[in-house]
Design a protein around this ligand. Structure first.
Ligand SMILES: Cc1cc2nc3c(=O)[nH]c(=O)nc-3n(C[C@H](O)[C@H](O)[C@H](O)COP(=O)(O)OP(=O)(O)OC[C@H]3O[C@@H](n4cnc5c(N)ncnc54)[C@H](O)[C@@H]3O)c2cc1C
Length: 392
């Protein structure tokens, strides 16, 4: 399918999945998420319910025990979780991290890991890319994996590696050739599947980072970690390219979460604006309250169209870098505007934890920063889509 013949379902697609996921979410109300947020705890029960019903294996092909669904179905799952007031950040990475293994792993690697991941016996949800001293400049990472006998020895440090303490496996990006020896910035990097069950305490130390949201994110210190040669995924030196597909999937899925949050805020704000009586009438009768919410609805619907276009291109195996980035940009902003207008609509009650507005407001701020910040998307569009000079 080419972009010109691209077909998108513009309605309530995958209705059975939406209904089934929404039913699971009713078992995990605001009170559940609030309790975890306060304790900074991992939503074990929610993740177990989601994997038990097979949703975390949505993208794993049926031959490996998964559901073999398109990316759009995974987006619908995540959007539904967020629209219900939950947060899929605890487990969403399983969906896109696995893509690198699926597309670039050997048959032996896929057979070793994918059925166990699909069955919920193994968790692959840690993605070690970002480093403290290089940030958005991913190709300049310093973590290095050096050939040693029949394996590699790794030294370095990762930051913001989310869910590393709740994952059995971690996809790790490391330099296998010095940057100075490669012709292009993106070369000389390799991607490895690290078994954290063996690595922790044997070359890897993981420390949680205290953040403003309950995201289970960590710092990973790597000092002389030995990994076997068959931990390498795909071709040595081509790791950056191998993870790019996964990054487009990640942006599309994060856009879906942001859209779910936007819908949550718009729904909560609309209901509150109808019910709350001040000066003898519902506050929603005032255009100053009503119009910002209506504008957020329009922004959300527009971002949704871009997210569906990006998914449709991804599922048709067409290039989708521009659309995946634009979907993430537009959805993260639509969501933030919806969060702000909901917060304002709730007046003082937005600050009361029991209403969940402040928690969701804090949580959705992340989408403008991670997995890629707004400026980097604008730089990508300026340079690669519009042909302007490189700014960095
Ligand atoms: C809660 C959380 C979870 C995360 N989870 C993961 C994870 O699981 N795995 C992982 O690998 N990473 C993860 N990240 C890291 C995330 O992807 C990075 O924080 C993000 O990519 C930005 O990198 P940085 O924080 O180093 O910011 P920097 O790169 O230091 O940038 C700081 C600011 O400067 C701007 N900036 C930098 N360079 C330019 C430029 N040339 N032009 C214009 N503006 C520029 C940026 O846009 C940004 O606004 C997570 C981060 C957070 C906060």
């Amino acid at each position: 399918m080419s972009a010109s013949t691209l077909s998108m379902d513009l309605g309530r697609d995958f209705p059975e999945i939406r209904d089934a996921v929404a039913r699971i979410c009713t078992g995990f109300p605001g009170e559940y998420w609030r309790r975890l947020d306060e304790a900074r705890a991992y939503p074990e029960e929610f993740v177990a319910a989601l994997s038990g019903a097979g949703y975390l294996a949505a993208l794993i092909p049926q031959e490996y025990g998964g559901a073999g669904l398109p990316l759009r179905a995974a987006a619908v799952i995540l959007e539904t979780i967020h629209a219900s007031g939950g947060n899929a950040g605890a487990c969403h990475a399983q969906m896109y991290v696995m893509g690198t293994l699926l597309r670039h792993g050997s048959d032996e690697q896929k057979e070793r890991y994918l059925p166990a991941i699909a069955a919920g016996k193994l968790r692959l949800q840690a993605f070690g890319v970002t480093e403290p001293s290089t940030g958005s400049d991913t190709t300049q990472i310093k973590t290095r994996a050096e050939r040693d006998g029949d394996g590699y020895v790794v030294h370095g440090q990762k930051i913001w590696t989310s869910r590393a303490l709740q994952s059995d496996l971690m996809l790790l990006l490391a330099r296998t050739e010095p940057a100075s020896a490669t012709a292009r910035r993106a070369e000389g990097l390799s991607v490895f599947l690290v078994d954290l069950r063996q690595a922790v305490g044997n070359g890897i130390e993981i420390r949680p980072i205290d953040t403003m949201i309950n995201h289970n994110t960590t710092e990973v210190f790597i000092d002389g970690l030995r990994i076997p040669a068959d931990a390498l995924i795909g071709q040595e030196g081509q790791g950056f390219r191998h993870i790019l597909d996964g990054m487009n999937a990640e942006r599309i899925l994060i856009a879906a979460e942001a859209l779910g949050d936007a819908r949550y805020f718009i729904d909560r704000a609309t209901r509150y604006a109808r019910d709350r009586q001040v000066f003898g009438q519902p506050i929603g009768a005032n255009q100053g309250v009503q119009f910002p919410i209506a504008r957020c609805h329009a922004e959300t619907e527009a971002a949704d169209l871009m997210a569906r276009k990006a998914s449709a291109l991804f599922d048709a195996q067409e290039p989708c870098g521009a659309e995946a980035n634009m979907a993430k940009l537009l959805a993260s902003e639509a969501c933030w505007h919806a969060a702000e207008s909901c917060f304002q609509t709730f007046g003082g009650f937005a600050f009361a934890r029991e209403y969940d507005i402040e928690r969701k407001w804090r949580e959705c701020r992340l989408f403008q920063t991670a997995p890629i910040s707004t400026n980097m998307i604008l730089a990508y569009l300026g340079q690669h889509v519009l042909g302007m000079p490189r700014s960095y």
